[in-house]
Unconditional design. Structure first.
Length: 137
């Protein structure tokens, strides 16, 4: 069962609110130096923003890989989104996987800290893209 336009707008807005909250969680963990947690939260902040973009454009996905693939196919490869943003999103995904699942590598400040500001800009760019469409959160 699909969403009507009002429900879609509410969900898109909710996903952006969640992206911003999750980004704040990442920033809040910097003082604690929880690099794996920060990597996780940065990825999820970007994920929620991209999920909102896909939803706003009526693109349905069910998995993280599906979100990555559809974002790449529909927005990066078509030059709607700069390729650098696509690379950042993929980097965040890889770091999240490393931080969450690697038994042989521990993330460090050098791996993560330089991605905080770009992730914040990423979310802002995705939000602008959604707002430039007819569907506004």
């Amino acid at each position: 069962m699909g969403l009507n336009e009002t429900e879609r707008k509410v969900m898109v807005d909710y996903k952006f609110q969640k992206a911003i909250r999750t980004l704040e969680q990442a920033k809040g963990n910097i003082a604690l130096k929880y690099w794996e947690v920060i990597a996780n939260r940065l990825y999820y902040a970007a994920y929620y923003a991209v999920s909102a973009l896909l939803l706003a454009n009526k693109i349905s996905v069910r998995t993280h890989n599906g979100v990555i693939q559809m974002f790449g196919m529909k927005f990066v490869k078509t030059n709607i989104v700069d390729a650098e943003l696509g690379k950042l999103y993929n980097r965040l995904f890889t770091l999240r996987l490393t931080g969450d699942y690697s038994d042989s590598y521990t993330l460090s400040e050098e791996d993560v800290i330089s991605l905080v500001e770009p992730t914040e800009k990423f979310i802002a760019e995705i939000r602008k893209l959604v707002e430039s469409t007819q569907l506004k959160p």
